[in-house]
Design a protein around this ligand. Sequence first.
Ligand SMILES: [Zn+2]
Length: 302
Amino acid sequence: MNSLQVNNGDIHTIKPVLRPSFSSILSQDEYLFRCEKARVTLIDGFINGNSEISGDMNISLPQWITGILEARVKIKDKSIEKENALLLSVADRDLLIINLRMMTFGHEIRGITVCPHQNCGEKFDFTFDLTSLEIPHTEERKELLKATFNRNKKPVNFSFRMPNGSDQEAIADLLSVDSYEAFLCLVSRCVVNIDGLSCVSPEILSGFPENSLTDVEKAISKEMLSFDWDIKLLCPECENEIISTLDIQSFFWKEIQIAKDDLWNEVHKLAFYYHWPESDILALSRWKRKMYLNYINNHINR
Ligand SMILES: [Zn+2]
């Protein structure tokens, strides 16, 4: 069931729109690993204290996602390892993070949004059920994709690969400074052959006519299995439709940042009552940590 509940209790049927996205470049029990179908499992599935504090280090969001995947994902019963976590396509990383998020915080997303319509600006809560997302089937995936674009009214052939985690990491810093440069950098990394050239730098790409670059972007977007979900909301005040885009990687990161505000207090409480070392407490899954804290609280209340 695709449903979205807004705070006034109205239920709106929504159809998530799959929209390839460069900016968010922002992941089922079975994933496609490169072109090979492989079984990927999530270790315990729960985020522990070490993963929660890893966001404090001076690393980009894609680097944090790679670290989480490296720690929590197994492939063919072995740790996926950093190298392979980086090779996972952006879409697979999204799907894995959705599953980890559901195991950590549940399947409901709670958000606050502000109506962008003129003379409104109403701030309202919304909830969204992650299980209502339609995950596209990716039975067949080619390692190399081919497309054409027009340059000076002549068709030019080019081939490219899907963007992956290493691409996300490479453009992360640039993305916050200059999204156009980040786009050129991403295309240059993913293009395998363009008009006979085996590699093309961002500088060469910047010399392409604007409509040629638009064609290249459209061609890659069409094939790219990265997705954001556009969530349709209805403003309870002015009743205008609002589209809110869900970028699960950054949403999960923000949730962990907010949730870990209590972490050190919790570490202190567990160390005080059980005399466990800090490293053991941080290695506990979030779920187990909360369970022991609940025991302590029940004991105190008695
Ligand atoms: Zn409104």
